[in-house]
Design a protein around this ligand. Structure first.
Ligand code: NAD
Length: 476
């Protein structure tokens, strides 16, 4: 791919490229320009020049371009999904779902583009007051590799409909799908400079986006440590910030839960995207009275999962996306093993065999009897490893669920109205699910509490995050 700056597809100023590998096979999938700070600056200049005309457009006309792009994305979902699988690793079925999810987000913000914004009040002595919502200007978006299409949609949908222009940086190990999606947006009529895509390292390209004073807001999704660095870099220019960071979502399974449904909830909640989802089920608390039965069913289901290249028929879980991710996961499991923190009842290692030699594979893993102080509970585990602990009752489940610095999502599985009322009130999370986990529809706000982040994406609220109010007082 090339980078998109001012409507043109360019090489980086240095002319250097980096290679993107398939995490299942090690094959080369493509190349992307290795940009530096100067490339970001020229993208910022282009975004600055495009802002006046773009922000002056009728919001519905902005939305229509996203809608046309969404139609084209849906038409090409299989081709785009294959590219996503090749660079990211997820099974093709999940990749096509993600591509369709990107289209859903654009369509949703198209629908909102026609909605009313702003307020009017007659304050008598002060006169007529108008509160208008203005776009912020140039916005920066920095995204991770785990859900590149969805997270790109979460950022560009509201930002562009609200009238901002944008400089977006995909992650190094999954930039190609974002490039294709940007190409489709340009083809749908997005004017030059409205969306610019620059690729390269976080330490240069990402940091310049965070620092550049002409960028008025940065929306970042990634690890907490990186998010803190972005916040520090953005502070001198007092930028608006949205930080969508890590999570360690608890799932509580009560004794009256539908066990079959809860087992399927874990399968999707933990093993979807090879466990590399911010809102994956990362800790399971199951009532003692049903723990044996539940774990038996879950183990049988997990042992039936087929690990392999996501392009192959019948594969239910692909590889991790990158080597550092796999090494971190292995070291977390090894640490738990060395400290005797629970019993690995299935998985716990890299699979053996010719098909797995060149990929970043790890077997789906269940570990029972994990104590609360384990690294598997206190750290984010970004891969297909599930620590399981038993709890006596709801008090203990809620205490342990909330005993975390993270607060992204949480779920409770029960048929009891009393439990639902209490758990939804007391769980410390930005999103609480009942009898489901993981789903994050574009219509409702999404984001974390505690160290899982600042701000919200999705829903109408996201438009507020990409605008600011201007109050006008008129005396006639
Ligand atoms: P990461 O923080 O390593 O990288 C994210 C992006 O930041 C990449 O594009 C990277 O190149 C860039 N970057 C790296 N250093 C930078 C710097 N100093 N300044 C600016 N940009 C920099 O995260 P990752 O490994 O790509 O993603 C996994 C993490 O993302 C997990 O912690 C996961 O929970 C989190 N995540 C959160 C959400 C959410 O919505 N809360 C969604 C998906 C992923």
């Amino acid at each position: 791919m090339k980078v998109l700056i001012n409507g043109e597809w360019r090489d980086s100023l240095s002319g250097k490229m980096f290679v993107v590998h398939n995490p299942a096979t090690g094959d080369v999938v493509g190349e992307a320009p290795l940009c530096g700070e100067d490339d970001v600056r020229s993208a910022v200049e282009a975004a600055g020049e495009a802002f006046a005309d773009w922000s002056a457009k009728n919001p519905r006309d902005r939305g229509k371009i996203l809608f046309f792009a969404a139609e084209e994305v849906r038409r090409r979902n299989r081709e785009l999904g294959s590219l996503l699988t090749a660079e990211q690793g997820k099974p093709i079925r999940e990749a096509v779902d993600e591509i369709n999810g990107f289209a859903n987000i654009l369509e949703y913000y198209y629908a909102l583009s026609a909605g009313e914004r702003g307020e009017y009040q007659n304050l008598r002595g002060y006169g007529h007051t108008l509160v208008e919502r203005r776009p912020l200007g140039i916005c920066g978006a920095i995204i991770p590799w785990n859900m590149p299409a969805i997270i790109m949609g979460w950022k560009i949908g509201p930002a562009l409909v609200a009238g901002n222009t944008m400089v977006l940086k995909p992650a190094r190990t999954a930039p190609l799908t974002c490039g294709k999606l940007a190409e489709i947006l340009a083809g749908a009529g997005l004017p030059p400079g409205v969306l610019n895509v620059v690729t390269g390292p976080g330490e240069t390209v990402g940091r310049e986006i965070a620092r550049n004073p002409a960028i008025r807001k940065v929306s970042f999704t990634g690890e907490g440590g990186t998010g803190r660095q972005v916040a520090l870099d953005a502070a001198p220019a007092l930028k608006r910030l949205t930080l969508e960071l890590g999570g360690s979502d608890p799932m509580i399974v009560c004794d009256d839960a539908d066990i079959r449904m809860a087992v399927e909830g874990v399968i999707r909640g933990r093993f979807y995207n090879c466990g590399q989802t911010c809102t994956a089920v990362k800790r399971l608390y199951v009532y003692e009275s049903i723990a044996d039965e539940f774990t038996r069913h879950l183990r049988a289901r997990v042992e039936g999962l087929v690990v392999g290249n996501g392009m192959e028929r019948g594969v239910s879980m692909g590889p991790l996306n990158n080597r550092p991710g796999l090494e971190r996961l292995v070291s977390q499991v090894d640490a738990a093993r060395e400290r005797d923190e629970g019993e690995i009842i299935t998985g716990g290692r890299v699979p053996e065999g010719k098909n797995y030699e060149h990929g970043f594979f790890f077997l789906p893993t269940l570990i029972t009897g994990v104590p609360q102080e384990s690294v598997l509970i206190s750290e984010e585990v970004f891969g297909p490893v599930l620590p399981i602990a038993t709890v006596a009752d709801l008090d203990e489940a809620l205490d342990r669920a909330n005993d975390s610095r993270y607060g992204l999502g949480a779920s409770v599985w029960t048929r009891s109205a009393d439990v639902i009322v209490r758990a939804t009130r007391e769980l410390e999370a930005g999103i609480v699910w009942v009898n489901q986990h993981l789903r994050t529809p574009p219509e409702v706000p999404f984001g974390g509490t505690k160290e899982s982040g600042i701000g919200r994406e999705n829903g109408r609220r996201a438009l507020d995050e990409y605008t600011e109010e201007k109050t006008v007082l008129i005396r006639l």
